[in-house]
Write a protein that binds this ligand. Structure first.
Ligand code: ZN
Length: 310
């Protein structure tokens, strides 16, 4: 049996970040404006390192480059996915991502971005933006030019446990008071549409309205599908989404779960409680990869995990 790959998070300080990644997960964050923990990432802007075992100290991109057998000899120049925990103390800018084809031709061969969110915690009355109300691009352009963001955006109330799938071309924004886990394609191409007129550091952040108008899908169509729940003796399983880039599931465990790892790799993020995976203690906030050929993993304790694979 191959060993699991435990990873150290990379933290990102953001104008909109806070300190809940410390309070909720116990992480040692670098400042009171920590917006993101990149917990499973081989992205050059945040390449996680292995925290223990044979590959201790190596980065995930190094493992992908030099030990592709751990990932079922998958093809591709880069590790394909990225998992983050996000703490929004303030609203994030209204944004949209391109698809692979648009990013390839307009962003030097970069990848597009499909992402999804599972809400871990939020303040009462919190909301999130997914989608818009314009029927045509002309209407969208007019609403944007007239600064009628309230008429344009679809604002949705949220509660812990909600889930959203955000394909390319979907207008979206995480808003203040929200703590979530995001699973996404390994990409950082973002077109910012609106930043609430904020002036961090005395000047506005750059907008990308031309590209946004190119890529926004019009009219908007919701992509979050049906969640399917199944029950084991000592766990509940919830299927959250499957798309061409990833499949995401959640397990609430009270006792034991035998999890067969038959994927090229399986990403496991502990979002609640504590326990052990094959005898190794895990706590809320621990994230790891079960490599190809791992076999059956035994998860024990009172904990919830989000799993994702390609
Ligand atoms: Zn996004």
């Amino acid at each position: 049996m191959r060993e699991m790959i435990r990873l150290e998070p990379v933290f990102k300080q953001m104008v909109w970040g806070g300190n809940r990644l410390r309070d909720y997960f116990g992480y040692e964050i670098p400042g009171e404006d920590t917006g993101e923990a990149w917990v499973i990432s081989a992205h050059p802007q945040g390449d996680c390192r292995v925290s223990e075992g044979s590959f201790e100290g190596k980065s995930l991109s190094w493992l992908w480059e030099n030990h592709r057998e751990l990932f079922g000899n998958m093809e591709g120049e880069e590790f394909p996915l990225l998992v983050k925990f996000i703490d929004a103390r303030e609203d994030l800018s209204i944004q949209v991502h391109p698809d692979d084809a648009y990013a390839k031709s307009h962003e030097n061969g970069a990848r597009g971005k499909t992402e999804c969110w599972y809400i871990l915690d939020c303040e009462p009355g919190a909301d999130i933006i997914v989608g818009h109300r314009a029927e045509t691009k002309e209407e969208m352009k007019r609403l944007m030019e007239e600064n009628r963001w309230q008429d344009f955006l679809k604002v949705r109330p949220i509660h812990p446990g909600d889930f959203f799938q955000i394909p390319p071309g979907t207008v979206h924004a995480i808003r203040k008071g929200t703590l979530l886990i995001e699973i996404q394609q390994n990409s950082a191409v973002t077109y910012r549409m609106y930043d609430y007129g904020r002036m961090p550091g005395g000047k506005p952040r750059q907008l990308h309205l031309t590209q946004a108008l190119d890529v926004v899908r019009c009219p908007h169509k919701d992509s979050t599908g049906e969640r399917i729940t199944s029950h084991g003796a000592e766990y509940d399983k919830e299927f959250l989404v499957s798309c061409p880039f990833y499949t995401v599931e959640k397990y609430d465990i009270r006792g034991t779960l035998e999890l067969e790892q038959d994927q090229p790799f399986l990403m496991v993020s502990v979002i609640r409680g504590k326990g052990a995976i094959d005898g190794c203690p895990v706590n809320k906030g621990d994230c790891l990869i079960l490599p190809a050929g791992y076999g059956t993993a035994r998860l024990e304790g009172n904990l919830s995990v989000v799993t994702a694979h390609c």
